[in-house]
Design a protein around this ligand. Structure first.
Ligand code: NAP
Ligand code: MG
Length: 452
């Protein structure tokens, strides 16, 4: 039995659109078509596949305003973020459009003949996307998957299906053949789970919570299904007294409150060296109070609402620790929350340990490098983080010691499509983006040709 979902604008609580959900039979039918389309897509000449991906990129660019507007309305993303996100899809498509013509193997010296390797497509790839960055996370999966010669079935999050649905239409407009890139709105427990159990889906690229990621990985074990996971985080923003404190403080709100803190890379723990604590907090308070939480349609907005009432309630449950100060937020309809700075008692406090996924940050002090490393590495997450110091040696030592996948020094920006992205420990498995992403979307084949 099919169901449907009313998409809600989180800034107004108005219903935007009713989106039908696929049931198991409908999901199976799309997977069967994607498996059939794989036969043709994989055999399209590399140059032609590249041209089609460049065309897809151009069509996304031509529709950037429309896509951005959909995301503002569907997810409450600020206008500047939403435009960046649409452009990111176009950029990632363009970046991986270079891959089909450069999918090199190796010629390996062996006795008695010639040995060569090929990077073969895997088949139908299932991509499961969360609601926090619907466009970029979808693109980080489907662009390298398509470039590798795979066909794609993509399940957007229930809350945020609109841009994914539109991207599938734009793919057809760009000339990507029918059934090569398929978007299947539906429930995780139905459509997402079917990707895991269906034998014709040969790989899963999952982004979402660590708990669901574990169940996906366990499910994939049954068919030795390839799986990559991008999961949660509790990342540290580590500020030494020898840093440019004013700069570190003015960047800290954006590093955690961007997208209302609903960011797996959010630097939701701030570690300040004790001797710099007062100076940092003084600058930080000014920056937090300047952070504009307002109608996401406004070009001036730094932050919009949370995605849902449910998420609002979850985040609010963390506000029972000492509050240092807050920013401001609109009142009235919408899931608005002011950016909030907490002073937890110690590293055992709930706000320090758990991924909050909202506009809440916790600040603690540390004494020295060893102390900062121990605090940053506590817990099972290891996704991102920042290190602020003018001492190059210290910054390098710290960057090697912090157990996370994507770090930035004297900067809070660690996500670029040119560079690998993914987590240590329970923040994930495998890496996306960067020059090697196609390794996760191809199978390595070795062929020996005898001299005889
Ligand atoms: P989630 O609950 O894990 O859901 C993610 C996706 O998985 C959704 O599409 C969901 O569908 C689907 N799903 C749920 N249960 C499933 C199942 N049993 N089988 C297959 N699919 C299933 O995560 P979320 O609440 O959307 O997103 C927040 C989490 O994502 C945070 O922990 C955050 O850190 C993480 N995240 C990580 C990254 C990264 O790159 N590392 C990026 C963004 C977000 P429904 O929508 O129907 O539930
Ligand atoms: Mg969820």
């Amino acid at each position: 039995m099919s169901t449907s979902y009313d998409v809600i604008n989180p800034a107004t609580e108005e219903i935007v659109k009713n989106v039908p959900h696929l049931d198991i039979e409908q999901t199976d039918a799309v997977i069967a078509k994607a498996a059939k389309a794989f036969d043709t897509w994989r055999h399209i000449a590399p140059g032609e596949r590249a041209r089609l991906l460049r065309s897809f990129s151009q069509v996304v660019t031509d529709h950037r305003e429309e896509l951005a507007q959909l995301e503002i309305t569907n997810a409450g993303h600020t206008r500047s973020n939403a435009l960046w996100e649409a452009d990111n899809v176009a950029n990632v498509l363009m970046y991986y459009a270079a891959s089909p013509e450069r999918l090199f193997g190796k010629q390996i010296p062996v006795p008695g003949g010639v040995d060569i390797t090929f990077k073969e497509p895997i088949g139908v790839v299932g991509i499961i996307v969360p609601w926090n960055f619907p466009m970029p996370i979808a693109g980080w999966g489907f662009a390298p998957a398509l470039a590798g010669g795979n066909t794609v079935v993509l399940k957007p999050a229930e809350y945020t299906p609109l841009t994914a649905i539109r991207l599938a239409e734009l793919a057809l407009l760009a000339g990507i053949p029918e059934s090569v890139f398929n978007v299947l709105p539906g429930k995780g427990s139905v459509v997402g789970n079917r990707f895991v159990t269906h034998p014709l889906v040969r790989k899963i690229a999952f982004t979402g919570s660590t708990s669901v990621g574990k169940s996906i990985m366990a499910g994939c074990a049954d068919q030795i299904k390839r799986v990559t996971l991008e999961l949660g985080g509790k990342s540290s923003n580590i500020i030494f007294a020898d840093a440019d404190i004013a700069k570190a403080a003015s960047g800290a709100p954006g590093a955690v409150f961007d997208n209302a803190g609903q960011d797996c890379c959010a630097r939701s723990r701030i570690l300040v060296q004790r001797t710099a604590f007062d100076a940092f907090m003084e600058h930080f308070e000014v920056a937090v109070k300047k952070f504009r939480v307002e109608d996401p349609n406004l070009a001036t907005a730094d932050m919009g609402p949370l995605i849902s009432k449910k998420q609002f309630d979850v985040v609010e449950s963390y506000l029972d620790e000492e509050i240092a100060f807050t920013g401001t937020a609109p009142t009235g309809p919408g899931y608005w929350m002011a950016p909030t700075v907490l002073l937890p008692k110690n590293t055992n406090s709930k706000s320090w340990r758990e991924e909050i996924f909202g506009p809440v940050v916790s600040v603690l002090t540390f004494e020295d490098e060893a102390d900062a490393i121990a605090m940053a590495n506590e817990g099972e997450y290891g996704l991102s983080g920042s290190i602020w110091s003018r001492d190059v040696g210290r910054a390098l030592r710290m960057s090697r010691a912090v157990e996370t996948g994507a770090l930035s020094i004297n900067s809070n920006s660690s996500v670029r499509f040119w560079t690998p992205f993914g987590g240590f420990k329970q923040s994930g498995l495998g890496r996306g983006l960067g020059p090697d992403a196609l390794d996760s979307y191809t199978e390595l084949k070795n062929v020996f040709i005898s001299n005889d």
